[in-house]
Design a protein around this ligand. Structure first.
Ligand SMILES: [Zn+2]
Length: 396
């Protein structure tokens, strides 16, 4: 629906009072002309002013359609003419502590994490974004983000390459673990314990090397920054070269589980290009699972993995098809992570792991892809039999 969005302006954040205010000029480029356009924003939003050329009125509607953004409401813009590209001037403020369902995003004195789970800036459906922002954080807090960041009283944040979101991670002070020579940095808020960050640093370096041997250099970024978030729920996610992870206090007791999880997140540095809001996300998730299995055999042993595969077969027995599964479906996680993994795993056994990995490596380097492209590449690299097998597995 929306092609690209550019954000320009000033943001002010006060972690101690759970508060954010923003003055933005937003250049919107949409796919087609329309009288109505819409975006979403965190539900506590109070709009002070909103203006655009030919804008007749705007309406606030409860809720939105995005499965990941339950804490947001929709703002509908009604124009007097049909418009395709337009410039929006908006001033608004938000006040919230921790978002409801996922507990990922928050504005709190110890830890502020702002991304797309509770959209803190006007989010236009599926658009890639670029931005130039001034960010003023009250009380001299530190900021981590993706893009070029500089500080001189206020932060200046710039990202000229289209990306999926504007991410802000804020703590009073961050510490860094960086072993030389290294392309992996682990950063963590100074008030939490160091040991989990240290564990991440050691394990991820080995896993990253193994993945690179199989898939080549990641197309995403050369270096990787981990940030340990000060929360013990909601897991992690990857944005450009940055991996955000929850702080796990009892990781010693569940080491295997976290190494497994690390491998999956690292594999997303290669597997991220399919649409994450639809069933196409199976390509990202199933491939991340598949490659984490390929590098974990050495680390966790064959038994651990056979047991995992067994579990995946049990879970997948009565699941709906991968094709067209809604991302909002209760079963979406199992379908995308387990059933999809088994499709790839069985396919690889059919054509030979080496051949399948050579095919997948080339496929991962395409600038964009979806299932249609994947199926056609499969037919070209192998034969109709392999293509039909994959096709059937997507639909059964
Ligand atoms: Zn994943």
């Amino acid at each position: 629906m929306y092609k690209s969005i550019f954000y320009y302006g000033a943001v002010k954040i006060a972690p101690t009072s759970n508060y954010l205010s923003s003055n933005l000029i937003i250049k919107v480029s949409s796919a087609k002309k329309a009288f109505k356009h819409k975006f979403i924003l965190q539900k506590s939003v109070v709009i002070n002013s909103l203006d655009a050329k030919d804008l007749k009125e705007y309406r606030l509607l409860a809720g939105n359609n995005n499965p990941f953004m339950e804490d947001a409401k929709t703002v509908e813009l009604v124009f007097s003419e049909q418009v395709q590209d337009f410039e929006l001037n908006i001033s608004y403020c938000l006040r919230f502590k921790i978002n409801g369902k996922w507990e990922t995003n928050r504005i709190t004195p110890n830890w502020t994490e702002l991304g797309l789970y509770s959209p803190w800036y006007p989010y236009f459906d599926k658009a890639l974004v670029t931005y130039r922002l001034t960010i003023d954080i009250i009380d001299n807090y530190e900021l981590i983000s993706i893009g070029a960041l500089s500080k001189n009283k206020k932060y200046k944040l710039k990202h000229d390459m289209p990306t999926i979101s504007i991410l802000l991670l804020i703590a009073k002070k961050f510490l860094t673990i960086e072993d030389e020579p290294s392309y992996i940095k682990v950063r963590y808020p100074h008030h939490i314990k160091k040991d989990f960050a240290k564990f991440i640093s050691i394990e991820s370096k080995n896993l990253y090397q193994s993945l690179k041997e199989l898939l080549g250099k990641p197309t995403r970024s050369d270096s990787i920054d981990f940030v340990v978030a000060d929360r013990d729920k909601a897991g992690g996610y990857v944005r450009d070269g940055l991996i955000v992870i929850q702080n796990i206090k009892d990781y010693e007791a569940k080491k295997e589980r976290y190494i497994y999880w690390l491998a999956h997140e690292l594999a997303h540095l290669w597997w991220y290009k399919a649409d994450t809001n639809s069933w196409e996300d199976w390509l990202n998730e199933s491939y991340a699972e598949y490659y984490s299995f390929m590098v974990l055999e050495e680390v966790l042993g064959e038994d651990y993995l056979s047991k995992k595969i067994e579990e995946k077969r049990e879970i997948s027995a009565d699941l709906p098809p991968i094709r067209d599964i809604l991302r909002t479906d209760d079963k979406a996680y199992n379908v995308l992570y387990h059933k999809g993994f088994l499709l790839l795993y069985d396919l690889a056994n059919m054509v030979g792991q080496d051949k399948f990995q050579a095919f997948s490596k080339t496929f991962s380097q395409l600038t964009e892809y979806d299932t249609e492209i994947w199926l056609n590449s499969l037919r070209n690299s192998f034969n109709d039999c392999v293509y039909n097998f994959a096709m059937r597995k997507l639909e059964e």
